[in-house]
Design a protein around this ligand. Structure first.
Ligand SMILES: NC(=O)C1=CN([C@@H]2O[C@H](COP(=O)(O)OP(=O)(O)OC[C@H]3O[C@@H](n4cnc5c(N)ncnc54)[C@H](OP(=O)(O)O)[C@@H]3O)[C@@H](O)[C@H]2O)C=CC1
Ligand SMILES: O=C([O-])CC(=O)C(=O)O
Length: 252
């Protein structure tokens, strides 16, 4: 069974620690050491205060559920140590030179980088946009103002522009847009709405291409410990890890 190092033991990390099945969690690390310690019993792994000590453990894959800045700080060392990496805070990869550098690190050691579908669905066949003519890729995301850390008493368009600019302003809320951009290979327009009348994190993906149109709406329940993050994102990582070694791979 694959041995996992969990980088980030907040909301998603805690769900992974409690619900893991089909893989072993072997080491834990969080900027807040007590958060890593708090899930030790749930998964039988040890918490390490030092990142270097954490990385030195017998692990095959580091699962990042921490932050965009954690990816920027630690991904190079993880890949150069020959460990595979699951990156949930995919917003870190919007920077092409950094992304290319991580690819080179991975190639040099034979490590792999996995980007989970996270809080959205449809990334599988969206990859056809890499070879098809496409005129539009738009993500419209709507969350309760609470999830966005603001107050609003009516629906408000907070941001309209590129995925790259949106993730810079909202690194905890719009990683999905960067996942869409990477899967499609196409610049992604983003609208980010705050709506006090919703208790869901809703992502509408609208694509127009030579193959026809794609309209996908995912109406997510926020996760209990962090309303910015949809519960689906944690389930997505659990499912990715369960299926890594499955000889039958489903979806493009
Ligand atoms: N791709 C996708 O579809 C989705 C991506 N996400 C992203 O996944 C990540 C995890 O989400 P969630 O669990 O809800 O977030 P939380 O904030 O609940 O948990 C993250 C934990 O990681 C810690 N952390 C942050 N930076 C570092 C670091 N450099 N080194 C070690 N630990 C660190 C945090 O500490 P502290 O509180 O001190 O920062 C916190 O304890 C977030 O970046 C989120 O934006 C979420 C949903 C969907
Ligand atoms: O969980 C969500 O709905 C989306 C999210 O926070 C992100 O993409 O960063």
């Amino acid at each position: 069974m694959r041995r996992i190092g969990l980088l980030g033991c907040g909301n998603v990390g805690e769900i992974i620690a409690h619900k893991h099945e089909g893989f072993i969690i072997a080491a834990l690390h969080d900027a807040v050491y007590t958060r890593a310690q708090a899930v030790e019993d749930a998964c039988g792994a040890r918490a390490y205060e030092s990142f270097d000590e954490f990385l030195a453990q017998d692990i095959d894959i580091v699962v990042e559920a921490a932050s965009v800045s954690a990816v920027k700080t630690h991904a190079e060392a993880i890949l150069l140590a020959g460990k595979d990496m699951v990156i949930l805070s995919v917003g870190a990869l919007t920077d092409k030179p950094f992304r290319d550098h991580l690819k080179e690190c991975a190639v040099s050691t034979g490590a792999r980088i996995y980007i989970p579908s996270g809080a959205i669905t449809g990334l599988d066949n969206l990859k056809v946009c890499q070879i098809a003519r496409v005129s539009k890729v738009l993500l419209r995301t709507t969350k309760n103002p609470r999830s966005l850390g603001i107050e609003a008493d009516h629906p408000m368009l907070l941001f309209k522009g590129t995925a790259r600019d949106c993730i810079r302003q909202y690194p905890k809320n719009i990683n999905v847009a960067v996942a869409i951009e990477l899967a499609s290979g196409h610049e992604t327009e983003v609208e980010l709405w705050a709506d006090p009348n919703t208790d869901r994190n809703t992502h509408e993906l609208i694509v127009e291409g030579e193959f026809g149109d794609i309209n996908i709406t995912v109406s997510n329940r926020p996760s209990p410990e962090n309303p910015a993050t949809s519960y689906l994102a944690a389930l997505s990582i659990l499912t990715l890890l369960r299926n890594l070694d499955n000889p039958i791979q489903i979806g493009t």
